[in-house]
Write a protein that binds this ligand. Structure first.
Ligand code: GLU
Length: 295
């Protein structure tokens, strides 16, 4: 098909690990409205790789809430948990290219390492854009024999991207198109700010960054519309796209709907849960107005 005539594809990609809140509803409405405005398709992807926190009951509830809001997707929802093989294929490619390595240091150990450094040096240890201490990269220098011995000893490990090696594969700076400010801005990707990111967690054959990048490409997503808390992560996604030879969608990072204390609504229990608002007598049109959209 001529790519110029292909319909644009939008996706709302919640994690079914809690209730659908006003913040999610805003994101879903935006995706849906933008798709409809350009004659595009509206997809729903269930980001349920965390099998402990994502339950079938929460998933059913989320889909029912979306339907109640009038946001039925144009295709059956894609469940990430059904596609681990796709992520594993991408990870294998990185392994064969020597771009990932097994890292045995846990997040807790990274935190302790950073705290010790700060105490000893009296200077801050670098943090990633989410504020977590950067992984110091120690496991990058383990010998192949030491790695094999630890794996044979069943020591848990994550696969981390060797950021320096990955960047060395890329020609020139990477950027992405961002429309969140109303104009088409070309934003410089800065993946190095994240250090050696985890591409597969110790308990999973993937991670948020890897699955989201692979799925957006597999689903032909042309437009990623999501909260601005994920804007810094886009740098990692852009790098993974370049390494995997995948196209880059356009990005639109929207403002978050916050509760009275300025916290993301999805983090604050029942407040703002769409279902509770419906049970209290509000209509989907009321919910649209509550998040600042015309009914
Ligand atoms: N699953 C992510 C979340 O619920 C969103 C990921 C995305 O839109 O790229 O925050």
């Amino acid at each position: 098909m001529n790519p110029l005539s292909a319909p644009r594809i939008f996706r709302f990609a919640p994690s079914p690990n809690g209730l659908l809140h006003l913040g999610h509803a805003y994101s879903a409405f935006l995706n849906h409205d933008l798709a409809r405005a350009v004659g595009g398709r509206f997809l729903v992807r269930l980001e349920d790789i965390d099998r402990a926190r994502c339950t079938p009951a929460l998933e059913a509830r989320l889909l029912a809430d979306l339907e109640w809001l009038g946001l039925s997707p144009d295709a059956p929802p894609r469940r990430q948990s059904a596609h681990f093989a796709d992520y594993d294929a991408a990870l294998s490619g990185f392994r064969e290219a020597g771009l990932v390595y097994p890292a045995f240091m846990t997040r807790g150990e990274v935190k302790a390492f950073a705290a010790l450094h700060e105490e000893r040096e009296g200077a801050p240890w670098p943090r990633d854009p989410d504020g977590a201490p950067l992984y110091p990269g120690l496991d990058r220098y383990l010998s192949p024999a030491e790695r094999r011995a630890r794996i044979a000893d069943s020591q848990p490990f994550a696969w981390r991207l060797d950021m320096a090696a990955a960047l060395a594969r890329i020609e020139g700076p990477l950027s992405f198109t961002e429309t969140g400010n109303g104009a088409e801005d070309e934003v410089l990707a800065e993946p190095a700010l994240w250090g050696d990111v985890v591409l597969a967690r110790k308990d999973l054959p993937t991670s948020y960054h890897l699955s989201v990048t692979v799925d957006d490409a597999l689903q032909g997503v042309s437009d990623v519309v999501r909260g601005c808390d994920l804007l810094p992560s886009t740098s990692v996604h852009r790098l993974l796209q370049a390494l995997l030879g995948l196209p880059a969608p356009r990005y639109h990072h929207h403002e978050l709907i916050l509760d009275e204390d300025g916290r993301k609504l999805s983090k604050s229990g029942n407040a703002g849960a769409v279902r509770a608002l419906g049970e209290a007598g509000l209509t989907p049109a009321d919910i649209r107005r509550m998040v600042g959209l015309s009914a």
